[in-house]
Design a binder for this molecule. Sequence first.
Ligand SMILES: *[C@@H]1O[C@H](CO)[C@@H](O)[C@H](O)[C@H]1NC(C)=O
Ligand SMILES: *[C@@H]1O[C@H](CO)[C@@H](O)[C@H](O)[C@H]1NC(C)=O
Length: 217
Amino acid sequence: MAKQPKHSLATFPLIVTWVVLTVVVMKVHGDFNQTKELYRQLFSDTDNRIHPSLNTSVPKDVFVQVNLLSLREIVEREQYFVINAWIEITWKDEIRSWDPSQYDGVRVVYPGPTDMWKPRLIVSNSVDKRDLFEDDYAPFSLFWDGSAYWLPGTVFALSCTMDMTYFPLDRQSCSLLVLAQQFALDVNLIPALPTANTAGYSQNGEWHLDSTSVTPR
Ligand SMILES: *[C@@H]1O[C@H](CO)[C@@H](O)[C@H](O)[C@H]1NC(C)=O
Ligand SMILES: *[C@@H]1O[C@H](CO)[C@@H](O)[C@H](O)[C@H]1NC(C)=O
């Protein structure tokens, strides 16, 4: 008998949304010298340990959106599941902004992995490495108004306690738990949307994705 359980991905304790990068027709390349000068001004005298706020005593609001692309596998016997997702993490940099008209119309720059502060996030129920956000190639951009976008994406293998009572017509609820490694006083993780974005989700042949929710904990 074909298995037709429902699987609910629920309770990500924080976060996220997608962004189909709204970078559409924006001028990104200006005069080389002016652009270089802009990068120099933005990134030459920085301290990545301090979140970019005017008042650093106030925790930084960091918005998280989960874009669920696929459910690769649910391994009930071993109590874990595997998803492919990218996570959009956004915040407002209150220290860096510029007037595009002063820099040949450049509205967005692409900081290097160590040019700017980033929230340190870990996935606490990962079954292998927890620091899934160390990927230096994740798209990272800063807009003229200080909006920072960081888009790490990966395959997450996550532990999940599953109840097999109704196997093979079971329904499971599993979570992706994202935590800020900084002290809670430093970062305030906020779901950008109450559910994961599943616009790009490819159905799994065996499991039906019933619902998702993104909740702070
Ligand atoms: C850019 O800077 C270099 C070195 O200062 C200078 O030789 C060149 O003419 C500048 N180019 C433009 C387009 O201003
Ligand atoms: C920074 O924020 C803290 C906590 O809200 C507040 O007590 C302090 O007065 C603020 N400092 C400035 C310079 O506004």
